[in-house]
Design a protein around this ligand. Structure first.
Ligand SMILES: Cc1cc2nc3c(=O)[nH]c(=O)nc-3n(C[C@H](O)[C@H](O)[C@H](O)COP(=O)(O)OP(=O)(O)OC[C@H]3O[C@@H](n4cnc5c(N)ncnc54)[C@H](O)[C@@H]3O)c2cc1C
Length: 446
């Protein structure tokens, strides 16, 4: 029988973190693999990530790692994180010559300070695994041919998936969909995978920009543009009434707030704004400007400092807070900066404490998908087997990475989720090929 040159065991759609690792794993296990990437170069997001330095993973492991993701993502990721935990991602890169360093916030970066070393290691491993990378080869349509049509085409009878791409037609026995989400669309991620998955019967949950800077109308806060607070925490109340708190630095900008803390709450804000509809006026978040000191301790410290010496009330504020922010915090507490600490009454101290630990800020919205690092929402997890990343609706189709309804906080969690789910998808797709070859009496993947 004539062998179609574009017929492979596994076609991986998307050459990002998830797709590359899936292809590497499947290739290592002996499957013939093609990676179809629509950009001129694979790995665009790896290169721009972490400010060009790539926060490749986290030091967080086990239950703490799972708790970093919202339900039901935490349960869904349990198997994938066990199969390829952060420690193994680190070893994987280190064994391939990428020295890594830990940084504050449980973050892991390449020691070289350049994300290109991460991408280079992945591309070398891809080549070593024998996978074929086709760039400028975006998927246009994915169809399922009947066994008879497939046999007539000259491809092997199991090559049921037909992929129309910008560089021709491919046929594959299994497909791994790793097209990412729709955040930062100039990197090639324009939500293509959602349409592909929906056409094959999948449910796609609404998508929201996540890990994006926040827009705030409050002029006093916007006037603080350029200032940052390291020891901050940002909290937002979920739809179910529980508060989600992210302890991470924040940055004031001329449009509102940025930095890890504010960006971590942006997905929840966008989801709530959508739920509120046209009547919405924004979502209120709370900022804790002294996250490391518990409220009761800070209250005692303020009281003791006020008693100790008579000085300006401003001098009572914790040392790390920038000068211009101090003035705004006092004003928000209804206190005159010239006031003497000895005259501070209990209720005034309580007002100051409230502003320091629970400063309410109304967020109009986030800066949206153009500035979002990830997409909240995507292909419904209930329709994917977490042990194989295979669709429960379409056998032979695996999905991994951000195209799934998975989004983690800032700190290397999103690459970790992409790597782990990619690894599982690649491994189970290759093993699926081996199983069917064994069943057909062949010696291994063709
Ligand atoms: C500015 C920025 C900084 C970030 N920094 C970090 C960080 O430091 N640490 C971290 O953990 N996360 C970070 N992220 C998030 C992280 O980049 C993503 O979560 C991760 O890249 C998701 O991996 P993925 O493989 O699922 O998708 P992507 O990396 O988005 O890859 C998807 C690939 O599919 C391709 N594609 C799309 N449609 C098609 C099609 N039709 N045909 C063929 N190919 C297609 C795209 O071109 C792309 O190459 C950052 C994101 C951004 C935008």
């Amino acid at each position: 029988m004539k062998v179609d040159p574009c017929a492979v065991d596994i076609a991986v759609i998307g050459g990002g973190a998830a797709g590359l690792l899936a292809a590497i794993r499947a290739g290592e296990l002996g499957a013939s693999v093609v990676v179809l990437e629509k950009n001129r170069r694979a790995g665009a997001k790896i290169l721009i990530s972490g400010g060009g330095r790539c926060n490749v993973t986290t030091t967080r492991e086990g239950a703490a790692l799972l708790r970093s993701f919202r339900a039901p993502q935490d349960e869904f990721l349990r198997f994938a994180f066990k199969a390829l935990p952060p420690a193994r991602v680190r070893t994987w890169f280190e064994e391939r010559g990428v020295a890594l360093v830990e940084e504050p916030g449980e973050k892991v970066f390449p020691q070289a300070g350049r994300s290109s070393v991460v991408l280079d290691a992945l591309l070398r491993a891809l080549q070593g695994a024998g996978a074929d990378l086709r760039e400028q080869c975006g998927l246009q349509a994915l169809e399922l041919a009947s066994v008879e049509e497939t046999a007539r085409s000259g491809a092997g009878e199991q090559h049921r998936f037909v992929l129309q791409t910008a560089c021709g037609v491919f046929r594959a026995r299994r497909v791994i969909l790793a097209t990412g989400g729709r955040s930062w669309p100039r990197a090639g991620t324009t939500g293509d995978g959602y349409k592909v998955a929906a056409n094959l019967g999948h449910s796609i949950s609404a998508q929201f920009a996540a890990l994006a800077p926040l827009l705030v109308d409050d002029r006093d806060l916007r006037a603080l543009s350029g200032l940052s607070v390291e020891d901050a925490a940002v909290s937002v109340q979920n739809a179910d009434g529980n508060w989600q708190r992210f302890v991470a630095p924040l940055l004031f900008t001329h449009e509102g707030l940025s930095g890890p803390g504010p960006m971590d709450v942006s997905g929840e804000i966008e989801a709530q704004l959508a739920a509120q509809g046209a009547a919405q006026h924004g979502v209120t978040i709370e900022i804790d400007f002294v996250a490391a000191i518990p409220e009761a301790t800070l209250d005692q410290q303020l009281a003791a400092a006020a008693r100790a010496t008579d000085r300006s009330v401003e001098a009572l504020l914790p040392a790390g807070l920038p000068q211009r922010l101090r003035a705004v915090l006092l004003e928000r507490s209804g206190l005159d900066p010239a006031m003497r600490s000895s005259t501070l009454r209990r209720e005034q101290r309580a007002a100051l404490l409230r502003t320091l630990k629970h400063c309410a800020v109304v967020v109009r919205r986030s800066r949206g998908f153009d500035h979002a690092e990830v997409t909240r929402g995507g292909v419904a997890l209930a329709e994917i087997d977490p042990r194989s990343m295979e669709s429960r609706l379409m056998p032979g189709l695996h999905l991994c990475g951000e195209v799934l309804d998975i989004d983690g906080p800032i700190g290397g969690f999103n690459f970790q989720a992409a790597f782990s789910t990619g690894w599982v998808a690649g491994e189970s797709a290759a093993r699926g090929i081996m199983r069917s070859d064994r069943a057909a009496g062949d010696s291994g993947p063709s």
